[in-house]
Write a protein that binds this ligand. Sequence first.
Ligand code: SAH
Length: 339
Amino acid sequence: MNLYDFTINELEEYFIEKKDKKYRATQVFEWLYLKRINAIEEMTNLKQETIQMLKQEFTLNTIELVQKQEDVDVKKYLFKLQDGEVVEAVLMKHIYGNSVCVSTQVGCNMGCKFCESGRRKKVRNLETHEMVEQILQIEKLEGIRISHVVVMGIGEPFDNYDHLIRFIEIINYPKGLAIGSRHITVSTCGIIPKIQEFMNLPYQVNLAISLHAPNNEIRNQIMPINKVYKLEDLLKILKEYIKKTNRRVTFEYILLAGVNDSIENAKELAHLLRGINCYVNLIPYNETSSIDYKRSSKETIHDFYDILKKCGINVTIRREYGSKISAACGQLRSKREEG
Ligand code: SAH
């Protein structure tokens, strides 16, 4: 096991089981997340015996930076995991703080046609500690604090649900990374049973849905998951989610030229979302050399935006980060493999 896998409760249980004091867990958390030690030996307020025990049972840092790309306000990191697999994380600098986009799996099984990550099938889920470490490493490399986390990197977070929830608990815990739940966003392609579980949790975490289509016909074409969890069922559960959590849902909508970006598509989308407490994030497509989809023109994007706006939908066009440095999911990793 790895110490970054533990929530505070789990670590308390561990120490109780070892006939030690419960508060030992808080001490360890402080070393890990406040003092940011690099080795278990550095936990100098613990007894030698405890240090030896922890050293025998747990590892600490496992991921390693292998490549970094930089642009003005975005940096992208390729991390090598202990088994040699690599995943990406992205740092974005905003006026309101620093946000990190975290990967949750090596590869992805969702098979979205436009997405680079899905070109490689899932090899494995990331462990909780491998997600926590992405944030810790970036903070250390850059000498900054991360205020926002978006779970939108490689992988489908709800296909790695248990590790994801632990990750959220650890980064949200005040003596962990202390990232406010309203500053955490999880993005999913729409795995309904997990949305249902997620809405029953006590966290106020934001939920984003990769919608990308106004109807089943188009969504089936570009997102195979829609054949399992249909649009109408997805919207039904989201309405329940909104009612239960009293939170607004974000819909991500990549504009793909000639696929989902017509005036009719915009009207259909507005109709579909009417009355739902949501906001739509229109995303200019990041083209990749291995996939044929093209980005919609600026005019098309603005026309699409205008229609939604006129129909009373809250909508923004995503500011672009990192298209120059292949920051769309999976692009850096796949370049490395090809290069
Ligand atoms: N599996 C999750 C999270 C990872 S994808 C999900 O589907 O939401 C994060 C977001 O990036 C998704 O909305 C995805 O559709 C989008 N995306 C993938 N490839 C992209 C590309 N080339 N350009 C722009 N957005 C992309």
